[in-house]
Each structure stands twice: as C-alpha cells, then as structure tokens.
Design a protein around this ligand. Structure first.
Ligand code: HEC
Length: 174
C-alpha cells in the first residue's frame, strides 16, 4: 500500500515537512529577537521620557536672560515674574533630571545654585537695584561653577543685562 504513494504525494509530504521545520526554526529563533527588540523599545521610551538636561538648561538660560533684561529696565513686576520662572526651572531640573552622565545634578544644584537664589529674591523684594545686579552676577557665577564641576566649563554664562535679542519690550510701565 505504501509503495502506492504517488511521487506527487511524496513531494507534497516532503514540502509540508520542510515548511513545518522552517516555521519551527523561525519561531524558536525569532523568539529571543522579539524579546530583545521589545526591551530595546522600552529602553528607548524611557530615554524619550527623561528630559534632556541641555533643553532644561536652555530654558533656564532664557528665563535668566529675560529676568536680567527686566532688571536692566528696572521693571519690578516683570523681573519678579521671570525670576520666579528661573527658580521653578532649577527646581524642575532637580526633580526630573537628578542625575546626568554620572553627575549628581540634584546635589550640585542644591550645593552651588540654591544658596545664590535667596539673596537675589531678597534684593528684588526690596527693589534695591544695585544689590539685585550684584546678586545676579553672583548667581551667574554659580551657573558657571557648576559647569566647571560637571566638565562643561566651556558653557560660559553672562548676565546679559544690556543685550536684548528678544522680540519683546522689557521696559517698565510709566
Ligand atoms: C547642577 C550643575 C549646573 C548648574 C547649577 C547649572 N548648569 Fe547649566 N549645565 C549643566 C550641565 C551638566 C550641562 C550639560 C548638559 C548636557 O550635556 O546635556 C549644562 C548645560 C548648559 C547649557 C548648554 C545647553 C544650551 O541650551 O545651550 C546652558 C546654556 C546652561 N547650562 C545654562 C545654565 C544657566 C543659565 C545656569 C544658571 C542659571 C546653569 N546652567 C546652571 C550643569 C549645570
């Protein structure tokens, strides 16, 4: 009976066997690949969810500069507004990017930057503009100290009091 199997049937059975073997190999070899590409995707997503420190620093720089231009114009309301944003940005960095490239950003921020914040706020509250300028220069020094401490000393910040590149009028209301 077996010898009555036609060559076509043999070919068909043979092909079916090869196909099944092929599928089995595909499934077993692709399994780990799928897993690793899934974990790669997760790692990629975690990376996207962590904000870039450079972006956050750029935001800090913009608010600091706008604050300095409002100080230059002795516009108390605007300066107070922007300094609040400077403070909020630095708090946000501590919370969202506590570590970066092996540096303890949260600790550096707390040690170097935070002590320079309150003197500015105090001088600003008293509308003592000379003091405000001096304390702002101290604050900018603390930005640069931290850049030096984190191998980014080439990013040199200036107060930028009289250097307005913004499409915004900083003058105090009459
Ligand atoms: C905790 C330490 C620390 C403090 C404090 C700090 N920085 Fe930075 N800053 C860094 C590090 C680290 C980088 C490099 C980030 C990177 O490589 O992505 C950086 C990068 C920058 C950059 C380059 C990114 C860009 O957008 O051009 C600017 C500008 C900057 N900081 C501004 C400031 C200003 C302004 C202050 C103060 C108001 C400040 N930083 C305070 C650590 C600090």
């Amino acid at each position: 009976m077996f010898d009555k199997i036609s060559p076509a049937k043999t070919l068909y059975l043979g092909l079916t066997f090869i196909f099944c073997a092929f599928i089995t190999i595909q499934c077993t070899t692709e399994q780990p690949n799928n897993d690793s590409s899934a974990s790669q995707q997760e790692a990629q997503k975690a990376k996207e969810d962590t904000p870039e420190l450079a972006d956050a620093m750029g935001q800090l720089q913009t608010y600091l500069h706008k604050y300095a231009l409002a100080v230059e114009a002795k516009n108390h309301e605007l300066a107070t507004f922007y300094f609040h944003e400077v403070r909020a940005s630095s708090e946000g960095i501590k919370e969202n990017i506590p570590g970066y490239e092996g540096y303890d950003i949260e600790r550096f921020m707390t040690m170097m930057f935070d002590p320079a914040v309150e003197p500015v706020e105090k001088a600003l509250a008293n509308k003592n503009w000379d003091e405000v300028r001096q304390k702002t220069i101290d604050l900018v020094d603390s930005c640069n100290s931290c850049h030096n401490a984190t191998a980014h000393g080439f990013v040199k910040i200036k107060p930028g009091f009289n250097n307005n590149p913004f499409n915004q009028d900083f003058s105090a209301p009459e």
